[in-house]
Design a protein around this ligand. Structure first.
Ligand code: G1P
Length: 293
């Protein structure tokens, strides 16, 4: 069965970006002129996903408005002959069939995915988390969908991280591997520093079979007192096989401030119109006189 639906969880409070996220969803913070969530939706659409459900919460209406029509704005841009801007505004309204469901309580990622179960029904589906933007020739989620098509099993996207960072991620204890596809002994959510079974970290891209909902429905509390998707994947792996796939692609961490600033600089350097000015600006900085160095 083909993967046609995706879940994008976006109900988090965005505490790492407070006070900017007091009244604005963190998913609407822009890298250059595009909100981070649009990069994620574009990845899903490029992979051939047709229906996307975003799991939202309080103070997240701006996300729905962003992917909706803005007729007044469109008319205004048309009258002024600003055709490029008009096109970009229309583009984000017509990317995919967008659906929304609210997670009423903050009970963790596993609970957010479970909230969208009725939309998914009995089909395999994709999950894309918004904290990482991945740039790759073949979209990261498409690479996982390709692996799903040959195996028929759930596929969890992983990449290697430094050992000092393993406690921030879900970590895979791998068994055999063939061309980046690993069978897995166990999946552990945020292991204590120094206890991680490997440095292969779950990187916010998943293709899951609907059986995952049987385990999410148990509402088991895991790491950090939350219902963890990784724990449900671990149960699914004990009863069926779940693979990890080391996908290709450049990963940009936009889930915390330093990563967000680095991503902004990198994207500006990659931008035809901005790149030269940014390079000139960086060259002009007098690093010796910087405060707080
Ligand atoms: C979530 C997952 C974790 C994964 C990470 C990737 O954690 O629970 O397994 O490694 O995303 O970004 P969070 O960063 O939401 O705490």
């Amino acid at each position: 069965m083909k993967v046609k639906k995706a879940i994008i969880p976006a109900a988090g409070l965005g505490t790492r970006f407070l006070p900017a996220t007091k009244a604005m969803p963190k998913e609407m913070l822009p890298i250059l002129d595009k909100p981070t969530i649009q990069y994620i939706v574009e990845e899903a659409v490029e992979a051939g996903i047709e229906d996307i459900i975003i799991v939202t919460g309080k103070h997240k209406r701006a996300i729905e408005d962003h992917f909706d029509n803005q007729k007044e704005l469109e008319m205004n841009l048309e009258e002024k002959g600003k055709s490029d801007l008009l096109q970009s505004v229309k583009y984000s309204s017509n990317l995919a069939n967008m659906f929304y469901v609210r997670q009423k309580e903050q009970k963790g990622l596993g609970h957010a995915i479970w909230t969208a179960r009725q939309f998914i029904g009995n089909e395999p589906f994709a999950v894309l988390l918004g904290d990482d933007i991945v740039q790759a020739d073949t979209p990261a989620i498409k690479q996982l969908m390709n692996q799903y098509e040959t195996t028929g099993k759930s596929i969890i996207g992983v990449q290697q991280v430094n050992e000092s960072e393993t406690h921030r991620y879900g970590i895979v204890d791998p068994l055999d591997s063939s061309e980046g596809l690993f069978s897995v002994n166990s999946f552990v959510e945020k292991p204590q520093p120094g206890t991680a079974p490997s440095n292969l970290a779950i990187m916010g891209r998943y293709v899951l079979t609907p059986q995952i909902f049987d385990y999410l429905g148990r509402q088991e509390i895991g790491a950090g007192g939350e219902i963890q998707l990784t724990d449900a994947i671990e149960h699914l792996n004990s009863n069926d096989c779940v693979y990890a796939y080391d996908f290709e692609g450049e990963r940009y961490d936009v889930g915390e401030k330093l990563g967000f600033v680095k991503t902004t600089i990198q994207f500006a350097l990659n931008d035809k119109e901005m790149s030269k000015d940014i390079i000139d600006f960086i060259k002009s900085i007098n690093f010796r006189t910087l405060k707080n160095k």
